[in-house]
Design a protein around this ligand. Sequence first.
Ligand SMILES: NC(=O)C1=CN([C@@H]2O[C@H](COP(=O)(O)OP(=O)(O)OC[C@H]3O[C@@H](n4cnc5c(N)ncnc54)[C@H](OP(=O)(O)O)[C@@H]3O)[C@@H](O)[C@H]2O)C=CC1
Ligand SMILES: O=CC(=O)O
Length: 320
Amino acid sequence: MDLKDKIVICNGKIRPVALEYLQDKVTLKSWQQRGRVPEEQWKEWLQEADALYSTGNIRIDETLLQKAPKLQVVAQASVGYDNIDVEACNARNVKIGNTPGVLVNAVADIAYALLIDTARNIVRGHLHTKNGLWGERKALGLGVDLYNKTLGIVGFGDIGSAIAKRAQASGMRIIYHNRNRRLNDAALGARYVSWEELLQTSDFIAVAVTLNPSTRGMFDEAAFAAMKDGARFVNISRGKVVDTDALYNAVKSGKVAAAGLDVTEPEPLPGDHPLLTLPNITVTPHIASATEETRDEMALVTAQNIIAALSGQPMLAQVK
Ligand SMILES: NC(=O)C1=CN([C@@H]2O[C@H](COP(=O)(O)OP(=O)(O)OC[C@H]3O[C@@H](n4cnc5c(N)ncnc54)[C@H](OP(=O)(O)O)[C@@H]3O)[C@@H](O)[C@H]2O)C=CC1
Ligand SMILES: O=CC(=O)O
């Protein structure tokens, strides 16, 4: 099918692998420069767009859809789609594509790296050394073993179960909580528990839920209070799943011994944010899927989703 008259727009840079795939199939308008596409330019592009390749950092809602009367598909280069108003898109028959699966290992690696950091002071140790304090390393205190500890995974989906695999290699016991128990949990070496049991019995908690109305703010003051004293906490899902003040207080008081976060509320997290004043919190700037290989795969799936949708074919991954 000749799609050359179809206009595909992108609010940011498209990776070369996806550019190459798209450019002789459709008419492409992307912002390949640094920074954001200028407002006037963006308005013009939306007006004529048949497809939107979203890099994820824009809100896609009725306000945007009204400016894009021809839009047939939004394909986003991420698995999370909490920035997209799915109902508004459905009401206008705008299809939504995302990129589950291809980023699972990269994200689970960062989650596990943060988890080890909460146990073993890797980032703190580096900063200590850099500050010329090698000789005073006892000031760091001792870490704790992962071996024989309980990891509670909240959100045992694709990424949650990939975190479990890594933790099993360290000899951890895995428990998890989802809204729905997974049929194959025994084969994955994980035991289903209630939310309360997970909070009360986990030495480490890793969060890999989707952001939805049931998870927004689920780690609040009561959740941190219910945890074991000295629990360690990792979040790679979305910052809005956690009440930031409650987390700050829990770490400051020692209730939570250490935290590792790839996502925060707000994002970007300002350099002078109170969370960053606590020595036992490590924050990475939402980079869990940021490897060359994974970003290439995400870009290619996004481009393939666009071509499939414009051709009336099923997308590789469609959000409904
Ligand atoms: N930091 C980063 O760069 C990245 C972050 N992410 C985030 O990770 C999320 C998960 O991705 P992925 O594993 O692929 O998604 P999946 O859909 O495979 O897994 C999400 C899991 O969350 C569970 N869940 C949803 N609501 C609740 C709830 N209220 N309580 C407990 N569990 C819940 C779901 O189970 P059930 O429906 O049974 O409750 C499901 O098992 C993404 O949505 C995204 O926000 C993803 C990639 C990169
Ligand atoms: O945060 C990233 C995603 O893929 O979701």
